[in-house]
Design a protein. Structure first.
Length: 254
C-alpha cells in the first residue's frame, strides 16, 4: 500500500504538485455526491484496429494490446475467433468431429450397430411319438399281398402276409408283419395270435401250437410299421428232421 501511495502522489504535470485521488469527484458547487455522477461532456467510442490480434487464444492473461478485455475484442464484427470457439463447443458445428472407436467399420459413425433380430423359422418343431409324414411327402407303399384284419378292425388298416425266417434253434421261428393305417384315426389297441404248425420229415402236420402277442401300437394315420416276434414251442416237440411253419394269423382289436 505504501508503494501504491507513492506512485499516485507522483502523478501531475511539471507546473503543479502531485496529488492523489482519494474519493469520487463531486459537483462544482462543493456538495457531497450521494450516488454515481454522470459525465458532463460527450463520450466518444473509438473502435479497435481491424487487424488486432486476440492473445487470449494463445493462453495470455485475457487482455488485448489496447488494455481492454479479450472478450470484448472477440465480439466485434468480422471476428473469426469467437466463431471458431462456438463451432468447437457446439456438437453440430464444423469443429465437432467424432473419432470412431476401434473396430468400427470405415464410413460409419460412432453410432451403435443394429443388433440382428432373432432368427425365425417357419418349420414346426419336431415332436416325439408317431406323427404323420410331412405335407407333400410320398405316401407309404401298402403291403402286398394282405391279410384280412378280422372283425372289429379299425377302418383303413392294411396288414401284410407273415414273413417267416429260421432262428438259431429249430423249435423257434421269426414271424414279421407289416401294418399300414390308411384311415383318419390312430390304431391304439390290438393283439395278434399265431398258429404254429409242427411239420414232420414227410410233411405231416403233427401239431399246432398257438401264441398271442401285442401289436406295435399306436399307429397314426398314413403311417406304416413292422412288427417281428420270436415264436417258440417246447423243444421236445421238434426232434431232428422236423420244423415249424406258422400259417395261421388272427387279430383281436379290443
Amino acid at each position: 500500500m505504501l508503494c501504491l501511495g507513492v506512485l499516485l502522489t507522483g502523478c501531475g504535470n511539471a507546473a503543479e504538485q502531485g496529488y492523489a485521488a482519494v474519493g469520487a469527484a463531486g459537483p462544482a458547487d462543493g456538495r457531497t455526491p450521494t450516488g454515481a455522477v454522470p459525465p458532463q461532456g460527450g463520450v466518444e467510442l473509438t473502435p479497435l484496429d481491424g487487424g488486432g490480434h486476440d492473445d487470449s487464444a494463445d493462453g495470455s492473461d485475457g487482455t488485448t494490446s489496447s488494455g481492454r478485455p479479450a472478450a470484448r475484442a472477440s465480439s466485434r464484427p468480422g471476428s473469426r475467433t469467437s466463431d471458431a470457439a462456438r463451432g468447437a463447443a457446439s456438437p453440430d458445428g464444423p469443429g465437432a468431429r467424432t473419432t470412431p472407436s476401434p473396430g468400427t467399420p470405415a464410413g460409419h459413425g460412432g453410432g451403435s450397430t443394429p443388433t440382428p433380430g432373432p432368427s425365425s423359422s417357419n418349420s414346426p418343431a419336431p415332436s416325439g411319438g408317431s406323427t404323420p409324414p410331412p405335407h407333400g411327402s410320398p405316401a407309404p407303399e401298402p403291403p402286398s399281398p394282405t391279410l384280412p384284419p378280422g372283425p372289429g378292425a379299425p377302418a383303413g388298416l392294411l396288414i401284410g402276409v407273415p414273413r417267416l425266417a429260421d432262428t438259431d434253434v429249430r423249435w423257434c421261428e421269426k414271424v414279421s408283419l407289416d401294418f399300414l393305417n390308411t384311415g383318419d384315426r390312430p390304431v391304439t389297441a390290438g393283439t395278434v395270435t399265431f398258429g404254429t404248425h409242427i411239420i414232420g420229415p414227410l410233411g405231416i402236420d403233427w401239431a399246432t401250437v398257438t401264441s398271442t402277442h401285442k401289436l406295435p401300437l399306436p399307429l397314426a394315420p398314413d403311417r406304416k410299421k413292422s412288427g417281428s416276434w420270436r415264436v417258440c414251442v417246447d423243444g421236445w416237440r421238434v426232434p431232428a428232421g422236423m420244423h415249424l411253419d406258422t400259417r395261421d394269423v388272427g387279430f383281436s382289436w379290443k
